[in-house]
Ligand binder design. Structure first.
Ligand SMILES: Nc1ncnc2c1ncn2[C@@H]1O[C@H](COP(=O)(O)OP(=O)(O)O)[C@@H](O)[C@H]1O
Ligand SMILES: [Mg+2]
Length: 246
């Protein structure tokens, strides 16, 4: 059993044999993974593998029924989502990670996870520096932006919140390659700036290009893990994606 007062040096997030069920059906079984400080960790696997559930259990939106979760040496398995976000975990969920009825500037000004410590003007400037296209749309209702612009806004909001851990769930879903490339570019710059990330991404090659390490999930279990060079030739990774088509 882990103790709260014994953080592992250099390790930001640790999951130890975490299991999650939805109404008696297992979605995650004994998932163990770590995100070291300053690293990008990719979570790969086909639809239904449990990637989203993994992010949700970390941010407190799903409950583990077994195992332990620690962030910065502290046990987080029993914290409510609000308390977890205050620790610096920012989760950009599947689909829209924005407030559609607020305008772009309002969305950005709500970006600080600590509860209103950021100066809204600074935050907007930083976001526009990241994605200049947002600059012309500060007064526009976020729900009326294109899909790509909405994800730029979601990503900009996440970055300017200065997260200790950023979790991204398939932000390229349904977007054109050119837009996706812009989003990946921003992720790359965030990584270079030292933001620790847990990255769920449908484009396996792109995810492995950005990541320092990766885990492969299949049917709720980790079936392989390793550095990108090793995972590119992973039989388990190929089998997981092929198996999903059956
Ligand atoms: N809210 C839910 N209620 C019941 N089952 C769910 C729920 N969310 C996910 N699941 C199931 O849990 C499994 C993992 O889903 P998910 O974590 O969304 O996978 P992924 O993100 O890898 O596609 C799937 O079998 C899915 O059907
Ligand atoms: Mg998912």
């Amino acid at each position: 059993m882990w103790r709260d007062d014994a953080p592992t040096p250099g390790i930001l997030l640790e999951l130890e044999r975490v299991s999650v069920s939805y109404g008696g059906i297992r979605a995650l079984s004994d998932v163990s993974l770590v995100v070291p400080e300053g690293c990008v960790v990719a979570l790969l696997g086909p639809n239904g593998a449990g990637k989203t559930t993994t992010l949700r259990v970390i941010s407190g939106l799903a409950r583990a029924d077994g195992g332990w979760l620690r962030f910065g040496g502290r046990s987080i398995g029993r914290l409510v989502p609000h308390a977890i976000s205050r620790l610096g975990i920012v989760h950009v969920p599947e689909g829209r990670g924005i407030f559609p009825s607020l305008n772009v500037a309002e969305n950005l000004s709500m970006a600080t996870y600590g509860g209103g410590t950021g100066n809204p003007d600074v935050v907007v400037d930083q976001a526009v520096a990241l994605f200049p296209v947002l600059g012309a749309r500060l007064g526009q209702q976020a729900g009326t932006l294109s899909g790509g612009e909405q994800q730029m806004l979601a990503l900009a909001r996440a970055f300017v919140a200065r997260p200790r851990l950023l979790m991204l769930d398939e932000i390229s879903m349904g977007l054109a390659p050119l837009v996706t490339a812009q989003l990946f570019d921003a992720i790359r710059r965030g990584a270079a700036a030292g933001i620790s990330m847990l990255l769920v991404e449908q484009y396996v090659d792109a995810a492995l290009e950005l990541a320092d390490y990766g885990y492969v999930l299949e049917k709720g279990r980790i079936v392989d893990m390793g550095e990108p060079a090793d995972l590119r030739t992973s039989a388990a990774l190929t089998a997981a994606y092929l198996g999903a088509g059956r």
